[in-house]
Write a new protein. Sequence first.
Length: 454
Amino acid sequence: MANIKISDLTAASVAADANEFEINEAGTSKKVTGSQIKAYVNSADGALASLNTVGSAQIDNAAVTGTKIATDTITASNIAANAVGASELNVSGDGTAGQVLSSDGDGSFSWANAGGFFTQSVTFTTDTTVTSANAGKVYFTSTSNLKLTLPAPPGGTDVLAYGIVNDSATDLIVEANNTSTQYIGDWLGTALIQSKEECIIVSVGSNWKLIATNAASSINIVQFTSSGTYTPDSTVSSFLACVGGATSGSSPSYGAGGGGYAEKFYASPSGSYTVTLGAAGVQGGVSGGTTTFGGTVTVNSSEDPGAGTASGGDWNVSGGTGGTTSGGRGGGAGGAGRAGIGGNGASGTGSQAGAGGGTGGNNASGYTGGAAATTQNGSAYNLSALFSSFTFNAGDSVTPGQTVGAGGGAAGDQNITKLDGSTGLLYGGRPGNQASNTGYYGYQGYCTVVEFKG
């Protein structure tokens, strides 16, 4: 082969197997064909000319990035068996034996116990908000004066269920996500799981139901039968003070006036409140003592025959006026209360006694006692949903020729469910007693506090 510069050669149109190439073999010029060169390269470097697959040895470290992989091109067949573990998923930790992955609803996962409800507990020592991710768990506390807030019910046919164990010395407040619209059992907004009690709580539609529990209303009542001090505990978020006045004793001629009534709502309780119950008036027309609450609410005793009055409350109502006489005995007046003002007693005429006043402003007339009120007054604090029943009383009627008058009606002994499940009374107003030959004693004042928990 002539000694010619490569740059002087004419370029071939294509390299072919038949082409000849000059090589140096141990200092001697020799020739090889394209076929010989191809065979040598393929045998040494993995048949690059016909390469259909790339092995890991042929790819440099970190050479393949996400931008070099087409979207949706990796399928299950491209992933080795057992290659995907917890570190490749959006989940924290490895869980424990027997747990399964549960969706958190946001693209992430949590480990949850398999095999049904109530296989895992959550202990809480502060006010806690329950999450839907913890459905099926038992919430346990031995810490007093706590509140457990529920998530929003899922609605429809979906259900959330939780176990609750209150091992503390006080009632546990359970509060709905929306206290204005959601019921927990029979109670709007909140319910109480009593000390050393447990229950299951389940969402049904947009509300919650309680199963196997002695849960109580989120209200409680405290009644004073003597003067003292009211101190709300830490579970009381607000309270309503219902204060009724004492009544005077009646005289031989006049019926006693009905007791007054006041109520005041305390939205943010603080400290203690002094309660003074006015003493009952003695016979002979002697007025009773003044009833007060917290130094703010004052209900004066009725007189003979004047009505008892009230001041300092959000709503203040007077009792009825006792009946007078022009020969007979006057009827006692009705007491004020949640039905409103008391009814007036009827006056006696000649040798005839007058009847007793009713409630809600229903006055006595001659022989006939004033009627009982049938509803609570619209100005009273709305407690209708919290009572199992309420009753207002009528004034007593008299018979023709009766010489001793009749007592007026009391303004409603209203039943309310207490925390221990028993039924208590929200006392109404005090009636005035009728006239008699010597007169009757009056009634002591009263105070009832309705506590709202939560």
